[in-house]
Write a protein that binds this ligand. Structure first.
Ligand code: F6P
Length: 360
């Protein structure tokens, strides 16, 4: 193996730089292999100045930095690429161009760090003959075929700190505080953070909630002498017989933007329970900044494992974390079923055991 490429697609996640560093060091030290960094996801293969040589010196000490030195692109799908034709924006399939560019560059493997959208592109390119290895990335932890994606632990820790901080001000002012966290259609951030920080109510996408029930819960707390409350709301949560709340519609290239459910729940609780509420939307604070030790540890192991996998000639696969060990699974299998909170699992059971209301 003499030359491989690496790119980071979709939204960023803490730990991306640790993956890049480990991949470059492993490739160089173990295989004497050159690594080409592709900027802005797959777009870097189609644009001028889209490539950067990644030597060990370039990646020195980047493991503790958030973001990605290669840049991310959550609209960079080569199968549906926005281009200008005769002064008009049109969507075109540029996948053949990408395949040809990879061959022209002499890349013997392409390491793709991304969430389910980016990994689906990698799988489709693999079907066109590109030798890809996937690395599961996302704060949402919703990629199938692995117990953990890197980025999740950092987002979780930030959410826990936010709830802890809301707790003290909720007590001082006797308010019900709602925190909206990310996660798209998966409730891992909401459930894990709410459990860890002692929320009173946790609303996740996997469990449609009853407005009546959450009002009953707050009223019961008031009757028991607890005038404050902490409610963690996943951005993808939805009421029974209701829909998810979006702050922006899809536009053909990008997914619709979730946001606003916590504010709606807050308005309902104020009106029904006569309590004062405040809503915090944690947003991209969950994605930025220094990765936790766990995310660096996981991302570094993923980066090295991805290069080993490429060197062994195992393509169309994704590195994966199972039972504390790094292994790998076919991309097809990882993408077959997005991961969701297991309603029969011990985390949901524990929440119920200790009296957290899940809205059902
Ligand atoms: O998938 C990661 C994620 O952070 C989701 O939790 C969130 O819904 C989305 O990306 C936000 O995307 P953007 O950065 O495009 O606003």
């Amino acid at each position: 193996m003499r030359k491989i490429g690496i790119l980071t697609g979709g939204g960023d996640a803490p730990g991306l730089n640790a993956v890049i560093r480990a991949a470059v060091l492993t490739a160089q030290r173990q295989y004497g292999c050159e690594v080409v960094g592709i900027r802005s996801g797959f777009d870097g293969l189609l644009k001028p100045n889209g490539l950067v040589e990644l030597s060990p010196a370039v990646v020195e000490d980047i493991h503790d930095k958030g973001g990605t030195i290669l840049g991310a692109a959550n609209r960079g799908n080569p199968f549906a690429r926005m281009v200008m034709r005769d002064g008009e924006e049109v969507v075109e399939d540029a996948s053949q161009e990408v395949v040809a560019r990879i061959a022209e560059l002499g890349l013997e493997a392409l390491i793709v760090a991304g969430g389910d959208g980016t990994l689906a592109i990698a799988r489709d390119l693999a079907q066109m003959g590109v030798r890809v290895v996937g690395v599961p990335k996302t704060i949402d932890n919703d990629v199938g075929g692995t117990e953990m994606t890197f980025g999740f632990d950092t987002a979780l820790n930030i959410a826990v700190e936010a709830i802890d901080r809301l707790h003290t001000t909720a007590e001082s002012h006797q308010r019900v505080m709602l925190l909206e966290v990310m996660g798209r259609d998966a409730g891992f951030i909401g459930l894990h953070a709410g459990l860890s920080a002692g929320a009173d109510i946790i609303l996740i996408p996997e469990i449609p909630f009853s407005y009546q029930l959450i009002a009953d819960e707050i009223r019961s707390r008031l009757e028991r002498g607890y005038p404050e409350g902490l409610v963690v709301v996943s951005e993808g949560a939805r009421p029974l017989d209701g829909e998810q709340v979006f702050s922006r519609a899809a536009d053909g290239l990008a997914l619709p933007r979730l946001g606003g459910i916590a504010q709606q729940a807050a308005a309902w609780l104020e009106q029904e329970c006569r309590v004062e509420t405040r809503t915090t939307v944690l947003g991209h604070i969950q994605r930025g900044g220094t990765p936790t030790a766990f995310d660096r540890w996981l991302a570094t192991r993923y980066g090295a494992a991805a290069v080993r996998l490429a060197a062994s000639g195992s393509f169309g696969r994704m590195v994966s974390y199972q039972g504390g060990r790094i292994t790998d699974v076919p991309l097809e299998e990882a993408l077959a079923h997005p991961k969701r909170v297991d309603l029969q699992g011990d985390a949901v059971q524990t929440a119920r055991d200790i009296g957290i209301c899940l809205g059902d």
